[in-house]
Design a protein around this ligand. Structure first.
Ligand code: SF4
Length: 240
C-alpha cells in the first residue's frame, strides 16, 4: 500500500470517528490501568458493568489491595478469567504502593514490570493516559492491518512495527483508537460491513464486498481491483 492511500485512509477514519478514544469507562489513570488489565479477552461493555460497581467501592491501589482477593473477585466475577486477573490486580496494586507511591508509572519499562501488564496494556496506557504515539495491537488492529494491507505481519509485534513505521505522523496519536473503533463496529471479524465502510475503495482486502454505488460512481477502482470481489447493493437503495 502506498503512502497516499494510507494518508487518505486515516483522513477518512478521522472524519468518520470524531472522538477516537477508549470505550473503557475510567475517571483516573489508575482506573484505566485496572480496566485494561480486566479487558483481556473480554468486552469493554462487560468490563464497564463490573468496574462501575468496583470503582465506587475502591478506586485507589490501596483500596483495591485492601479488598483482598475474594473481595475483588466479588466485583469482577462476571469477567472471563476473573480469578487470574484478580490475582494480578492485587499484585499490581501492591507494587504500585510499594514502588511507585501509588501512582501509575509513565514508562514502558516500569509499566511492563507490573503484574498483569504486557506490551499491549502498556501501549494502551502510554497512548491513552500519557499521550504517547504508541500502537497497541489487539485482535482488531491485527485483523485490520492484515486485511486492509495497512500493516501486514505474522505476529502482533511485526504488525505493531509496521504500523509505527507507516502511519502518517499526524495520525500516530489517534491511530490506535481509530482502528479499534473501525474494527469493532465496521470491519468486524465475521461479515465486515464493507457496504457501510468509509474506506471501501482504498482497502486492499481481496474478499471485500463492494457496494454498487461505488462502482456506478466510477470511484477510483480499476477492473483489476474489482476482479474477485463481491458486488452488492448498498443500503442507499441504489439499483442497477
Ligand atoms: S472494505 Fe470491508 S474489509 Fe475493507 S476495511 Fe472496510 S469493512 Fe474492512
Amino acid at each position: 500500500m502506498n503512502a497516499e492511500k494510507r494518508l487518505a485512509i486515516f483522513e477518512r477514519l478521522a472524519a468518520a470517528i470524531p472522538n477516537p478514544t477508549t470505550e473503557l469507562e475510567h475517571g483516573s489513570t489508575f482506573e484505566l490501568l485496572i480496566a485494561v488489565i480486566l479487558s483481556a479477552q473480554a468486552t469493554d461493555k462487560g468490563v464497564n458493568i463490573a468496574t462501575r460497581k468496583l470503582f465506587k467501592a475502591a478506586n485507589t491501589p490501596q483500596a483495591i489491595f485492601n479488598l483482598g482477593l475474594e473481595g475483588l473477585e466479588f466485583y469482577i466475577k462476571t469477567i472471563g478469567l476473573y480469578h487470574a486477573k484478580a490475582k494480578n490486580v492485587i499484585a499490581c496494586c501492591a507494587q504500585l504502593n510499594q514502588q511507585h507511591n501509588s501512582e501509575v508509572p509513565n514508562t514502558r519499562e516500569t509499566l511492563e514490570a507490573l503484574p498483569g501488564v504486557g506490551r499491549k496494556t502498556a501501549n494502551v496506557i502510554l497512548n491513552t493516559a500519557f499521550g504517547q504515539p504508541t500502537i497497541a495491537v489487539d485482535t482488531h488492529l491485527f485483523r485490520l492491518g492484515n486485511r486492509t494491507k495497512l500493516a501486514t505481519g505474522k505476529n502482533v509485534l511485526a504488525v505493531e512495527q509496521k504500523y509505527l513505521k507507516t502511519i502518517p505522523k499526524e495520525y500516530l496519536q489517534d491511530a490506535h483508537h481509530l482502528l479499534i473503533l473501525h474494527g469493532r463496529y465496521t470491519c468486524t471479524a465475521r461479515n465486515p460491513k464493507c457496504g457501510e465502510c468509509c474506506i471501501v475503495d482504498l482497502c486492499e482486502y481481496k474478499d471485500k464486498v463492494i457496494p454498487k454505488i461505488h462502482l456506478m460512481a466510477g470511484e477510483a477502482m480499476t477492473d483489476k481491483s474489482i476482479a474477485g470481489q463481491t458486488i452488492i447493493e448498498n443500503s442507499m437503495g441504489v439499483e442497477g
